[in-house]
Design a protein around this ligand. Structure first.
Ligand SMILES: CC(C)(COP(=O)(O)OP(=O)(O)OC[C@H]1O[C@@H](n2cnc3c(N)ncnc32)[C@H](O)[C@@H]1OP(=O)(O)O)[C@@H](O)C(=O)NCCC(=O)NCCS
Length: 155
């Protein structure tokens, strides 16, 4: 199924497209999460998935050097018409691979409570999750996803 879908690093036009569609893809206002810093300053490892020139998914992520070198997924979104076709898994797989090559020992992402889609997606890809009280400030609980790369053997 993924044979028709390819990935590459986004250009400015792709970032513009992400900003245009993000609220619709999420079904709510999250446009501020696509802050331009994740393209200009932290976008070196960002990815888009496309089919015949159409952007069908994106992943904004970067490397963090705090304590353990960590690959951080800030935002991932798949066109609703292309969900459950492995596009999210494809983007995660590629991003994790570049993080691993860059020496990351861990992966991390967060989500708000109640995003069952996200919880199930991360669980299916072998990530751990836990709810952390006050993670994003007083009363702002978050689900923190993580995956330990150091324990994994790549064949
Ligand atoms: C979550 C999201 C990124 C998943 O992308 P996707 O391309 O549809 O996911 P995949 O097809 O790669 O799914 C891989 C596996 O994850 C699980 N999964 C994905 N979406 C799921 C859902 N809605 N319900 C249950 N399980 C789900 C399944 O096990 C799936 O494998 P399967 O289809 O063979 O059963 C996508 O639904 C999305 O963009 N949601 C809106 C934005 C969002 O919530 N982003 C995450 C914030 S951290």
């Amino acid at each position: 199924m993924n044979s028709e879908i390819s990935t590459r690093h986004p250009e400015k036009a792709d970032f513009d497209r992400i900003v245009e569609v993000i609220d619709q893809w999420w079904g709510g206002p999250v446009q501020t999460s696509a802050h331009p810093i994740f393209f200009y300053e932290l976008g070196e490892r960002a990815l888009v998935a496309e089919k015949e020139g159409r952007i069908v998914g994106f992943l904004l992520g970067f490397l963090s050097n705090s304590q353990v070198r960590t690959g951080y997924v800030h935002l991932v979104g798949i066109d609703p018409e292309f969900r459950r076709r492995g596009v999210g898994a494809l983007l995660y797989g590629e991003f994790i691979e570049t993080c691993r090559e860059a020496g990351c020992k861990k992966m991390k992402a967060i989500s708000t409570r109640g995003n069952e889609e996200s919880v199930r997606f991360h669980a299916a890809l072998g990530w751990d999750s836990k709810e952390v009280d006050d993670y994003a400030g007083p009363g702002r609980k978050r689900v923190v996803f993580s995956r330990d790369l150091s324990a994994e053997h790549v064949t």
